[in-house]
Ligand binder design. Structure first.
Ligand SMILES: [Zn+2]
Length: 355
């Protein structure tokens, strides 16, 4: 159980007042709290932000600049230059707090509306967010004083990955991963209790594994957490050992009751590819799926390792429009448990083929 620093967060709610109006605002996850009354200034593009004096003011971000969730400062796996420039500018301009108005962007933020533009425990300017339609009502108050009160508290603590190994130490590794964390506010059934259930079933099924590989079952802690600390911990611990990973199998979003399960294949050498196709033929509930990047298999793919992402076909095809992941809708009743069992048996059969 490798240990790392992590942060919990207590959301005590927020209020925003302008003139006689009260606005519906939500505290950005892991934000600092604040209580400020100051002039409202606004930016909808990077250029506007560059030319704005924000010091001692409340900054309203909306439109183009707020179109997609900004990657956290210390998220290294995917961090567009534009996001980094926006974050750097915000820190330089140092407004007292930031008000964000956002729309829908399911592929980066899950099925939530509005989505938090900022979700970053390493970013210290307090912020709240609201629906784009709510933001429209705020525009008449630009240049006027508004007051924001946000109750939000950071709690520092520890997190852990849980890793189980079986087989020949030092042999080529098959690393099977599922993230054990979920976003706050969601039960996290499909994202990702089902993945953890597959891991647990595999622990039983492979109890007597005596093949030529080393099997690593890894419950990664942090996929839905701003700075992915469990993933970073795993990457650091394996910095010079990625070439001993023969295959990653990552389970995320599996077991949805609509449609079939999907194996998405990345960098598979010919032999592995053929065997993966055989397994899908032998398990009628599993089909080949399109490649998708929003999961822990991407870490292994970035290190040029072969990987299989195990998910639900419906989810990976509707990732941009679904309103389930990261919401209260991700409950156990959308799970077909027989799919979980089929996946565990299929992954076991696949591993036993790789001698
Ligand atoms: Zn997930």
């Amino acid at each position: 159980m490798p240990e790392f620093d992590a942060m919990d967060w207590i959301d005590g709610g927020a209020t925003l007042k302008a003139g006689d109006l009260n606005f519906n605002v939500l505290v950005s996850p892991y934000s600092n709290g604040c209580s400020v009354n100051a002039e409202l200034v606004s930016a909808s593009t990077l250029d506007e932000l560059e030319n704005l004096n924000c010091s001692g003011k409340l900054l309203f971000l909306h439109g183009e600049i707020a179109k997609e969730q900004l990657m956290p400062k210390n998220f290294v796996f995917f961090n567009p230059e534009e996001h980094q420039r926006i974050i750097a500018l915000l820190e330089k301009k140092a407004p007292l707090a930031i008000l964000c108005a956002t729309g829908r962007n399911a592929s980066l933020a899950g099925g939530v509306y509005p989505f938090p533009l900022i979700e970053d425990g390493d970013f210290n300017i307090p912020s709240v967010y609201m629906k784009d339609t709510e933001g429209e009502k705020l525009t008449p108050f630009i240049g006027q004083p508004v007051s924001l009160h946000s109750e939000s508290e950071r709690i520092f603590g520890k997190g852990y990955n849980v890793i189980g190994k079986k087989g020949i130490t030092g042999a080529d590794r098959i690393v099977i991963t599922a993230h054990i964390d979920a976003k706050k506010g969601t039960p996290g059934a499909i994202d990702n209790a089902t993945g953890v259930a597959v891991l647990l079933l595999l622990a039983e099924l492979l109890e007597n594994y005596s093949g030529s590989k080393e099997i690593e079952l890894v419950a990664l802690n942090g996929e839905d957490y701003f700075a992915v600390p469990g993933q970073m911990n795993y990457v650091m611990a394996n910095q010079n050992k990625f070439d001993t990973i023969a295959l990653n199998i990552n389970i995320d979003g599996a077991g949805y009751k609509v449609g079939k399960s999907a194996f998405s294949l990345f960098n598979l050498p010919e032999e592995l590819h053929e065997k993966a196709l055989e397994i899908m033929k032998e398990h009628p509930g599993i089909v080949e799926g399109i490649q998708w990047p929003q999961g822990d298999h991407s870490i292994f793919v970035q290190y040029n390792r072969p990987a299989i992402a195990v998910s639900s076909k419906w989810f990976i095809e509707n990732i941009d429009s679904q309103n389930i992941t990261h919401t209260a809708n991700d409950t156990i009743d959308i799970v077909d448990c027989s799919r979980i069992v089929e996946l565990a048996k299929a992954i076991e059969a696949f591993i036993l083929k790789l001698q």
